[in-house]
Design a protein around this ligand. Structure first.
Ligand SMILES: Cc1cc2nc3c(=O)[nH]c(=O)nc-3n(C[C@H](O)[C@H](O)[C@H](O)COP(=O)(O)OP(=O)(O)OC[C@H]3O[C@@H](n4cnc5c(N)ncnc54)[C@H](O)[C@@H]3O)c2cc1C
Length: 534
């Protein structure tokens, strides 16, 4: 048995979506990263099938264009909720484009997308990813963290320490616990998830149909994505990314989830949707317990918990992995400032506050959807249907998808744009034309309207801003001499409607604050960034 000791800036425990993204973003910033996952091979089957516009914007920063990628697609169709008689209860607008230039909903093949992310990580020589090793001890002090691991052997879905296998220790400055619902790191720092007592068993079915069923070739498909609120069997029918389809069938009270998940039962449940075992392929059927849990505090000294280690939500809104991506994208710029020695630890406390409240909103929202969908009592379902149908008939238009929220943190509370995702428009800059992020760049950005270009930060503030990697750009319409040309007037309209001349945008694309004079700008900068950057 060998016992090795390795050093890293950051140890990432768990290489699911949250851990992979952490390795990738830290690696791209040049940090020495070790990522460790228990399973010898990447998980070959999807859990998540859909993500929203904010995630598309994050993926774009990695060079993955969700509008044109073999692992991702989208559908110009409404998301319909119907009752047992297929009457419409609700429509959700999943086909339009959000204010950041990306579509509201995408569908993807999780293993394919993860393979792409892994490919990027593999190209970074400063990131080491070790699969087939489990972290079994963790400690920290003022100077760093230490974690021990052992090699595992796998028998089915059980991983146990491999007799005589490799063991080792990693010393790092920080650890990211991206180790899922049963997070070892979370337990090692003595934290527990708060249980919201939401439990429903569902069977999740992934398929590869021989011919992709659509509303055009099969009338059982009311739309590309729909929810059947039938008390006899609540059912979700959605795409599963290019070439795939997903079904989710609720396990009724008194039923055995493992029994429902048997192939013969799953094929029977899919029969009304034209699925045929002779032609179509069943990729897997698995029973899952949908639940709602959250972590009160996400950081403990040098340990930070992200993704399912901090929050579990039923997948009715398709937002669990999205929340994991937001956790990581929000954490990375803060950790970067800490590792560079210019950021204050308060940035991490604020991250915990922001993300806890943000993910709690989605947990509540998803549980609320579940409360409507998971009704199995006929009378209760009839009451729900009558109320929802009346509401839909009174206002038969799609409901807008909700944007993610942040708890109080590194943004100017009280400002009506701050704490919300920033918009993105078509711009020209430095001889290039395209969406702002790709054309101008990413990171802290102060957007100043060209006619307010003389209203500036003080020299000291500019020096602080530069330490955080911040840039000031002027933006305006054609012939105004701005450094960024607002081709379609998107930014001019946004600033005009909100009566602001300056918008401070964070590296995770959230608005940190706004101002309409030099005095307001300087005061806002001090409130938001002030002592956070040394
Ligand atoms: C049926 C279903 C459908 C879903 N659909 C969607 C959807 O459409 N959209 C969406 O956004 N979300 C969806 N989700 C949620 C989403 O799948 C999860 O939120 C997401 O996978 C969480 O990613 P993660 O990286 O935090 O954790 P995980 O994917 O669980 O990864 C954790 C990793 O940590 C490793 N690990 C654990 N302990 C150790 C240890 N001690 N040492 C080393 N490694 C360890 C594990 O092996 C694992 O690989 C769905 C979930 C389910 C169950």
């Amino acid at each position: 048995m060998s016992n090795s000791v390795d050093e890293a800036d950051v140890l990432v425990v768990g290489l699911g979506p949250a851990g992979l993204l952490s390795c990738l973003l830290l690696g791209q910033k040049g940090y020495n990263v070790i990522g460790i996952d228990r399973w010898p091979d990447p998980y070959p089957l999807p859990r998540a099938v859909t993500f929203d516009h904010e995630i598309a914007r994050i993926l774009a920063s990695l060079g993955i264009n969700s509008n044109n990628d073999p692992a991702i697609d989208y559908h110009d169709d409404r998301y319909l909720w119907v009752n047992k008689d297929r009457e419409i209860l609700l429509e959700v607008d999943w086909q339009s484009t959000a204010n950041d230039g990306w579509r509201n909903r995408y569908w993807f093949d999780q293993p394919d997308l993860e393979e792409r992310l892994r490919g990027i990580v593999d190209s970074l020589p400063n990131v080491r990813m070790w699969q087939g090793y489990e972290i079994n001890r963790f400690s920290q002090d003022d100077t760093g963290v230490t974690a021990d691991y052992h090699e595992v052997q796998v028998d089915g879905i059980i991983a146990t320490p491999k007799p005589g296998g490799k063991t080792g220790t990693v010393n790092a400055k920080y650890v990211i616990g991206a180790d899922g619902a049963n997070s070892f790191i979370r337990r090692a720092v003595g934290y527990e998830l708060t249980d919201l007592n939401f439990y429903y068993d569902w069977v999740v079915v992934d398929t590869t149909p021989a011919v992709m069923p659509t509303p055009q070739n099969n009338p059982a498909y009311l739309s590309k994505h729909f929810q059947i609120c039938d008390p006899a069997r609540p059912t979700t029918v959605v795409p599963g990314g290019p070439g795939h389809r997903r079904w989710e069938f609720m396990v009724l009270p008194g039923e055995d989830p493992q029994e429902i998940a048997k192939p013969e039962n799953v094929w029977r449940l899919m029969e009304p949707f034209g699925m045929d075992p002779k032609k179509d392929k069943l990729d897997r059927a698995v029973a899952w317990r949908f639940q709602g849990k959250f972590l009160e505090k996400w950081n403990a000294g040098r340990a930070m918990m992200v993704g399912d280690a901090s929050h579990l939500m039923p997948p009715f809104a398709g937002e669990g992995m999205c929340a994991a991506f937001r956790d990581v994208f929000n954490l990375m710029w803060r950790l970067d400032l800490l590792l560079k020695g210019v950021g204050d630890y308060k940035l991490i406390d604020q991250w915990s506050d922001e993300r806890r409240e943000g993910s709690k909103w989605y947990i509540d929202f998803s549980m609320g959807l579940g409360g409507v969908i998971c009704i199995t009592d006929e009378k209760e379902a009839a009451k729900r249907d009558a109320a929802m149908i009346a509401e839909y008939k009174a206002n038969p238009r799609p409901v807008d998808p909700h944007d993610a929220l942040l708890g109080e943190g590194t943004w100017d509370s009280g400002d009506k744009l701050a704490g919300k995702p920033s918009i993105q428009g078509l711009v020209a800059h430095g001889g290039r034309t395209g969406l702002f992020d790709d054309t101008v760049g990413r990171g802290w950005m102060l957007l100043s309207a060209i006619d307010a270009a003389d209203q500036q930060l003080t020299d000291t503030q500019l020096a602080h801003f530069a330490k955080a990697g911040g840039r000031v750009v002027t933006i305006g319409a054609r012939k105004t001499g701005a450094s960024v040309l607002d081709i379609e007037g998107t930014y001019g309209q946004w600033m005009g409607e909100n009566k602001v001349s300056h918008v401070l945008v964070r590296p995770d694309y959230y608005v940190a604050g706004t101002a309409s004079s030099a005095t307001e700008l300087q005061a806002m900068f001090d409130r938001v960034i002030g002592s956070l950057v040394k």
